[in-house]
Design a protein around this ligand. Structure first.
Ligand SMILES: Nc1nc2c(ncn2[C@@H]2O[C@H](COP(=O)(O)OP(=O)(O)OP(=O)(O)O)[C@@H](O)[C@H]2O)c(=O)[nH]1
Ligand SMILES: [Mg+2]
Length: 652
């Protein structure tokens, strides 16, 4: 297929606006399928996942294709829910343009704005499809005027090329046309329609169409618009890339079939039959099945087997693919999402995909013991598929923590663990990794003495402890003079002290930020042993901490909240009520950024709380900053709870 006859785009928009139904309608109209599937029956080509069928919405983006008027159209159907927005972010790296679907009754929604912003940042052109016009009360003009108000004045109906605003926008995209237009001459139909195509690619015009995906209204019109107005892979906007051998220099990628091969990996899928499928977009040159490519990120060549086109879950073998194609390759060993692939002699490094930070966490625990091994293999596979899903192990609380973009996201993953990997888990709120430290210096004795029958035990040490600053860690200094403790038992004392620091003295947390000096002690010729001095060291440390004004430390997070201006007051107030400190404000595009430091324990439900506070318009990112003292009242509650469980355990 000639590259000028290729079009590819991503379907974006608010959840439930009808993207998947539209994709199904396009496939059916182009005879790529012989039956039109529906969301209700769970029979669409795109939403083939068991959980997509169960929930009746898209979770993963899928790749589809059809032919229309001698053009090859490839599309990516992305999910609309915020929890799965990572799929839209990766998907746009495979395409040249987008079709934004808007529900006529609901108009511009949060998900529409989010999609719009994504395209604005990527500099990709788009068409807008106002859907569900079959429904009672649906009003194309009303939806269009809202789109003009909230997205862009350059969103326009293009079926009448006479419209003055349209003519002006087209003229502005081409110097020659602009000159003619400013001189007052009338632009010809040919000039206008060629100019319009350029205006769309340059994001000067966003053509708007209307219809109904459910009842197949407006389908040929949107197909015509796709081939008439959207750029082909050679005309697409420029792409950010560098030469890995000269990383300082930007590199211009020419989108041509007879140029060196380069491609970008935007997604991985794990398929139940063929295993790992790697999805890539070819930007230049050709790639043949059963050859190899150079992976710039891994600095290695990798052999490939069969190349496939994807029609939902179905793989269709392709001998050769070229500039503009979006394809899948099975069982690659080295190559992962965000890698750049190319000809070794003409290296190109594309910018990596920047995914949103995981915002919400939960602890997971297999319900049965046999599943403990299975769960890590299963989680590993889920992580490989979804770069917005993270798994960590907290060494202090010994919990397995999963993190994602929202509670629906985590719910989907836990459901996959169960259905795909047969691992049933219990989900809970993660425990905070508190730490213990001291606020003043003390000197104490730790003495362990057992001398009743048989061989006795004897260890005795005096230690001085003093607080270190935050992040000071643990220091142990041997100040024994004159053999009060024999040299070979000094490491035993240190070992006992260190072990006690791991176990905690008041709330079962690591003890940190203190200096310990071993200053004195005594021993017994026969009864002293390594074990006895370890125990004495531990006893001394626990006693010292309890006497040295112990406090708890908690992790404090750096939080950045992105919101429209109207929500500033509500968001700042809410952060204050979470014991947060506002550190500053900033502006990015149309968003306000509130920067704050907030204790981690107050942030576990923030993803959902922020969503309800801002009607879904807010987003945030968060990372660990430092440890700080827990306010006394809260610390007492935590310590009391720990002591209570200890007592309970001892009784059992
Ligand atoms: N009346 C009417 N209903 C529609 C139309 N298009 C889609 N729907 C219905 O709207 C619901 C959502 O449709 P989907 O195609 O799943 O929407 P989506 O945008 O893919 O949703 P997400 O994947 O969750 O983002 C389904 O119940 C569809 O049957 C339409 O043109 N008219
Ligand atoms: Mg969908």
């Amino acid at each position: 297929m000639d590259v000028a006859r290729k079009r590819n785009f991503i379907l974006l928009g608010h959840a439930q606006s009808g993207k998947t139904t539209l994709s199904e309608s396009l496939l059916y109209f182009c005879k790529a399928t012989n039956r039109k599937g529906t969301i209700a029956e769970g029979t669409t080509v795109s939403d083939y996942g068991f959980d997509e069928i169960e929930r009746k919405n898209s979770i993963n983006s899928s790749l589809l294709y059809c032919d229309y008027k001698e053009h090859r159209i490839q599309m990516i159907d992305a999910p609309g829910y915020a929890d799965f927005f990572g799929e839209a972010i990766s998907g746009i790296r495979g395409v040249d343009a987008a079709v934004i679907v808007v529900d006529a009754n609901s108009g511009v929604e949060v998900g529409t704005e989010r999609a719009w912003q994504l395209l604005e940042e990527a500099g990709l052109p788009c068409l807008i499809f106002i859907n569900k016009l079959d429904r009672e009360g649906a009003d194309l003009d009303k939806a269009l005027s809202e789109i003009k108000d909230r997205l862009s004045k350059r969103a326009m109906l293009v079926d009448s090329l006479e419209d003055a605003a349209l003519v002006e926008a087209v003229a502005e995209s081409d110097d020659k046309l602009l000159e003619k237009y400013l001189e007052g001459a009338k632009l010809s139909q040919e000039e206008l329609s060629a100019g319009l195509r350029q205006a769309v690619t340059r994001r000067n015009v966003f053509p708007v169409l209307g219809g109904s995906a459910l009842t197949d209204k407006g389908i040929p019109q949107i197909l015509d618009a796709i081939i008439q107005y959207l750029p082909n892979p050679q005309e697409r906007p420029k792409i950010e890339a560098t030469d890995p051998l000269k990383p300082e220099e930007k590199k211009e990628v020419v989108f041509k079939e007879d140029a060196p091969f380069c491609a970008f990996v935007f997604k991985s899928i794990s398929d139940p039959y063929v295993g790992q499928l790697t999805l890539l977009r070819v930007f230049s040159g050709k790639l043949l099945s059963n050859t190899s490519f150079y992976n710039v990120n891994k600095r290695t060549r990798e052999r490939i087997g069969q190349i496939y086109l994807l029609q939902g879950k179905e793989q269709v073998g392709a001998e050769a693919v070229a500039c503009g194609d979006i394809v899948a390759i099975a069982k690659l060993k080295e190559t992962v999402t965000s890698d750049s692939l190319c000809d070794e002699k003409a290296q190109v490094l594309f910018a990596p995909i920047v995914f949103p930070e995981a915002a919400i966490s939960a602890s997971v625990k297999p319900k049965s013991r046999e599943d403990e091994e299975k769960i890590s293999i299963a989680l590993h596979k889920l992580v490989a598929e979804d770069p917005t899903f993270k798994v960590t192990h907290d060494p202090q609380t010994k919990e397995l923590i999963i993190s994602g973009l929202g509670d629906q996201h985590l719910g989907v993953m836990v459901n996959r663990l169960k259905k795909r990997f047969h691992v049933d888990v219990e989900m809970g709120t993660p425990k905070v990794s508190y730490k213990e430290t001291i606020t003043k210096g003390v000197k104490v004795q730790g003495k362990f003495k057992r001398q009743s029958g048989g061989r006795g035990q004897y260890g005795d040490c005096w230690i001085e402890v003093e607080p270190l600053g935050r992040g000071g860690g643990f220091e142990f200094i041997d100040k024994i003079f004159g053999g009060a403790i024999p040299r070979n038992f000094i490491p035993s004392v240190e070992k006992g002290v260190r072990q006690a620091c791991l176990e905690g003295a008041v709330a079962g947390c690591n003890i940190v930020d203190l200096r310990i000096r071993l200053v004195d002690g005594s021993y017994h010729e026969v009864d002293s042993s390594d074990m006895a001095f370890q125990i004495a060291g531990g006893m001394a440390l626990r006693k010292a901490v309890q006497e040295a004004g112990p406090v708890l430390l908690e992790p404090i997070m750096d939080v950045e909240v992105f919101i429209p201006e109207d929500y500033l007051g509500a968001i700042s107030g809410d952060l204050n009520s979470r014991r947060g400190r506002i550190m500053g404000m900033d502006v990015k595009g149309k968003s306000q950024i509130v920067k704050a430091q907030v204790p981690q324990s107050e942030m576990f439900t923030y993803a959902n709380d922020l969503r309800s506070l801002t009607g879904g318009r807010g987003s945030y990112s968060m990372r660990f900053s430092h440890y700080e003292e827990v306010p006394h009242k809260i610390a007492s509650t935590i310590i009391a709870a720990y002591q209570a469980t200890r007592k309970q355990e001892e009784r059992e």
